[in-house]
Design a binder for this molecule. Structure first.
Ligand code: FMN
Length: 318
């Protein structure tokens, strides 16, 4: 039998990195409605809510390959298709902003510094899954985040982006911001749902999964803060735009929280499923799935990331 020469797969072209979700967080007043509107905020929701076929939006998110940013990485669009229909019960969107993993703070940045971006994602998601009620659940210690998100909900409500007949369309949406009591287990989705129901944050046995029987025993979608913020951009730019970064199985951009032992922590946003060398000293740990994710990077070469220091953003390289 003729020998087939082993060839290394051709490397995927590196698309220049463009900050997206964390793009505005260093700008003064980035948490205010005026700031968000000035950069085209809520235009996507205005264009799509009450206009676009909800199922077509679920399809875009499915096609984009977006995977949950809360740790498990489940495909977001697929999860939305599991939402039970025709149950006679209301369905809910619950946004997980518990973020209690030591050393993680990506969701906190979104909540504190760009809450309207998150709210637009909530509005779009609720239209896509046809839910009239969203809970955004925050870690108990996120006092500034709670205040800013509450203020953002009030601002959006005053403009008619949340509430009855949003954007003048025949669609009502209630958004409730809740704070937990600061228990790590409340980040686990069923623990969070127990907490939202007013009980202790005890996890529940699955199945049934939340999409069938979640909060108040009603069909419920649980998504992470960053996941929902990403939806805002995917529905604005399309599935192909999202897929230009990352790999086939894990496309898109993702907030990364590298830090070195004993030194200042940092935050980068890079291509999802980037390939760091295990022993890279600058990006020592990846907190996407918590500190225990350390060492999970495949041993593959990568273009060294531009080191932008503490709190900077880099293109992680593919
Ligand atoms: C102990 C534990 C803690 C968790 N903490 C969080 C958290 O703080 N934030 C979060 O989004 N997901 C957390 N998760 C994952 C959630 O259960 C769930 O998978 C996620 O919120 C789903 O959103 P996604 O699909 O958008 O990632 C945790 C899971 C476990 C087991």
């Amino acid at each position: 039998m003729a020998e087939v020469p082993l060839e290394a797969p051709a490397p995927k072209a590196v698309v220049p990195f463009t900050p997206v979700i964390l793009k505005h967080i260093h700008e003064a007043g980035s948490h205010t409605l005026d700031h968000y509107l000035a950069r085209g905020g809520y235009e996507t929701a205005r264009n799509l809510v009450g206009v676009a076929e909800p199922a077509s939006l679920v399809k875009i998110v499915e096609d984009s390959g977006l995977r949950g940013r809360g740790g498990a990485g489940f495909p977001t669009g697929k999860k939305w298709t599991f939402l039970a229909k025709g149950t006679g019960k209301p369905s809910y969107l619950t946004v997980n902003g518990d973020e209690s993993e030591p050393g993680t703070f990506k969701d906190r940045y979104i909540i504190e510094k760009d809450p309207h971006q998150l709210l637009e994602g909530v509005i779009l998601t609720c239209w896509a899954i046809q839910s009239h009620h969203a809970f955004i659940y925050l870690r108990g210690e996120f006092i500034l985040g709670y205040e800013r998100l509450e203020a953002a909900v009030r601002e959006a409500k005053a403009k008619g982006f949340i509430g009855t007949k949003i954007f003048g369309k025949d669609f009502d949406l209630k958004v409730v911001v809740m704070r937990g009591a600061g228990a790590y287990i409340c980040g686990e989705e069923t623990g969070m749902l127990s907490s939202i129901e007013g009980g202790r944050g005890y996890p529940k046995i699955k199945p049934p999964f939340p999409a069938v029987s979640g909060v108040f025993k009603s069909p419920t979608i649980v998504n992470n803060v960053e996941t929902i913020a990403a939806v805002t951009h995917i529905l604005k730019h399309g599935a192909a735009w999202h897929k230009q970064w990352g790999t086939e199985k894990k496309p898109g951009l993702q907030a990364l929280l590298p830090f070195r032992r004993g030194e200042k922590t940092g935050r980068v946003r890079g291509a999802a499923r980037h390939h760091f060398k295990r022993n890279d000293r600058r990006l020592w740990r990846w907190n996407g799935g918590g500190p225990h994710a350390q060492g999970r990077y495949p041993r593959r070469p990568f273009g060294p990331p531009a080191d932008s220091g503490d709190g900077g953003e880099v293109h992680a390289g593919l």
